[in-house]
Design a protein around this ligand. Structure first.
Ligand SMILES: C[S@@+](CC[C@H](N)C(=O)[O-])C[C@H]1O[C@@H](n2cnc3c(N)ncnc32)[C@H](O)[C@@H]1O
Length: 276
């Protein structure tokens, strides 16, 4: 069988074994991206559908985790979408209801951490970083390790300098890292109070009393029914009047819970929970 002709029924079998054997639930992921990633893994590892299913059934959990790390789409960038970060800086961070002088942020689907660093740099420049408790989670353990290391290819970071300026950055991005053999090693103080850990938005529990959830460009990979389920959890995790920031191509329009949120910034897809 040609790899790019993989049948939907085979994708369903792969998702099913991943769920039954390893408790990762990809059964409601959008098919097109799931198909592309499965095909890519099969080509790179020279596997047929049958050998892949065989491996997922009988290999160690480590193979399933490797498979999972390759199946997720992890594209991200520092200071991507300056318009979004400007609204965060000017409107959302100042408006977050403070609880005992600190607030809680959950960065769900943080990938390799560039968005988390973007946020901590902005919070530091606003002199409120020490008032913030941040949990940054992803299902992908490999990208989480990159996030914890906070070391990125220098060229990619240099490309973000313009966007940092467009976010009214008060220094130069360079002042936050040192160059080491073609890499930018960021100042570890920036992520000192960030708690990075693996968490599955589909199978995992939600968190409590969060003031801001940043979950951008994650739900585009879910089908409508899964988006609904995950949004229900995000709603539950938020404090009343807490904020939910989504990606520019995402929205709550078709979600059962949409009437419990108010759209505070339609361009940047920032919502506020108004009903418990
Ligand atoms: C395209 S990246 C988005 C990264 C970042 N939020 C941004 O917009 O730049 C999507 C991330 O969602 C993560 N992801 C996918 N399914 C997930 C799940 N069930 N639970 C937690 N994270 C998940 C992927 O591993 C990936 O890192």
């Amino acid at each position: 069988m040609m790899h790019d002709k993989i049948e939907n029924a085979d994708l369903e079998r792969i998702a099913e074994v991943l769920y039954r054997r390893h408790r990762y639930d990809f059964r409601d992921y959008a098919v097109s991206s799931f198909r592309r990633r499965v095909v890519r893994i099969m080509q790179i590892r020279k596997l047929t559908v049958e050998t892949l299913i065989e491996k997922l059934t009988h290999s160690s959990p480590a193979f399933a985790q490797e498979f999972l790390n390759e199946i997720t789409v992890n594209v991200t960038q520092m200071f991507r979408d300056p318009g979004f970060w400007n609204v965060m800086r000017e409107e959302i961070f100042p408006a977050i209801p403070r609880n005992q002088n600190h607030f809680k942020i959950w960065h769900a689907g943080c990938s390799s951490g560039e968005e988390v660093l973007t946020m901590t740099i902005l919070l530091k420049e606003m002199c409120i970083l020490e008032h913030v408790q941040i949990s940054a989670t992803d299902i992908n353990t490999s990208t989480l390790n990159q996030a914890k290391a906070a070391v990125y290819p220098l060229k990619a970071v240099q490309l973000s300098e313009g966007n940092y300026k467009n976010c009214q950055g008060s220094h130069s991005l360079k002042s936050y890292y040192r160059e080491e053999n073609g890499y930018a090693a960021f100042d570890r103080d920036l992520i000192a109070q960030v708690n990075f850990f693996q968490h599955d938005l589909v199978m995992g529990e939600t968190f409590d009393q969060v003031d801001l959830i940043v979950c951008r460009n994650v739900m585009i990979y879910f089908n409508q029914s899964l988006q609904n389920d995950v949004l229900r959890k995000l709603h539950k995790g938020l404090n009343k009047f807490g904020y939910l920031a989504m990606g520019s191509k995402e929205s709550l329009i078709c979600c059962d819970f949409s009437n419990r949120f108010s759209l505070v910034n339609p361009t940047e897809k920032i919502y506020q929970k108004i009903i418990d």
